[in-house]
Design a protein around this ligand. Structure first.
Ligand code: SF4
Ligand code: FES
Length: 247
């Protein structure tokens, strides 16, 4: 299989094409290793766990943000992009049936080749103070019903890969938008019965809950099925109801 891979050395950008022998079950990350070990040792990419846990290998594969370690080469062409209002589809190289296009995650600055600077993503994430703030002291343990546990789990599965950030048209226009992952995590603390602060107000601003245009690209690309769009809709509804009650 041919791979067309984005290259950037800090000065010039380009695409290089490599032929990688196919093996059953081969992932995009395996193919990148093949290139690095056999064809071009200057190719740079980020990875750690190789098992869809650390979130460090998110990149744009055939114009869809995906984890390189979890995406099988033979499945790439089966999963077509369903992303809306997505500028990456018209930028860079065009898609082609006989090769796989690998590019860095959009909406973050490229450091080298497929490695992006995650600082903006984490800056936005820190705004929501992503840790439990509990002043409640139970006599024994905190007790939670199974419905709440199940709802919380939808959000705690996030691995901070930033695929949603790189798929969101609003983040593409405004890097200060909190972004889907941060908002989903904020909602996760809001619904946690152990937390004792008013969490929704932390994103009750133009760049927070209210900036989302509900393209739902975040939900479509999330490798862990986190539904940021759903949490944003619920948070807005609750805030509107609070404001109506005050009027
Ligand atoms: S919500 Fe999903 S896509 Fe976004 S950072 Fe978390 S795991 Fe990645
Ligand atoms: S290498 Fe850890 S998620 Fe892919």
């Amino acid at each position: 299989m041919k791979f067309k891979i984005y290259r950037y050395d800090g000065e010039e950008e380009d695409y290089d094409t490599y032929e990688v022998p196919h093996e059953e079950g081969q992932t995009i990350l395996d193919a990148l290793f093949y290139v690095q070990e056999n064809l071009d040792d200057s190719l740079s990419f980020r990875y750690s766990c190789r098992g869809a846990v650390c979130g460090s290998c998110a990149m744009l594969i055939d114009k869809v943000p995906r984890l390189a370690c979890r995406t099988q080469v033979e499945k790439v062409k089966e999963q077509k992009s369903e992303l809306e209002h997505y500028k990456a589809l018209d930028q860079g190289e065009k898609l082609s049936e006989d090769q796989i296009l690998v590019e860095p995650l959009p909406h973050l600055e490229v450091e080298k080749d497929l490695i992006v600077d995650m600082e903006k993503f984490y800056e936005n994430y820190e705004k929501i103070e992503p840790y439990l703030k509990s002043e409640k002291e139970p006599e024994k343990e905190h007790r939670m019903d199974s419905e709440t546990v199940n709802e919380l789990e939808e959000y705690t599965n996030c691995i901070l890969c930033a695929a949603c950030f790189g798929s969101c048209p609003v983040n593409g226009e405004d890097e200060d938008y909190f972004g889907p992952a941060a908002l989903a995590k904020l909602y996760r603390f809001h619904i946690d019965p152990r937390d004792s602060e008013d969490r929704l107000e932390l994103a009750d601003e133009e760049n927070g809950w209210w900036a989302c245009d509900f393209y739902t690209n975040c939900k479509k690309v999330c490798p862990k099925d986190v539904p940021p769009n759903f949490s944003i809709g619920k948070a807005r509804q609750e805030l509107k109801e609070e404001k109506d009650d005050e009027d």
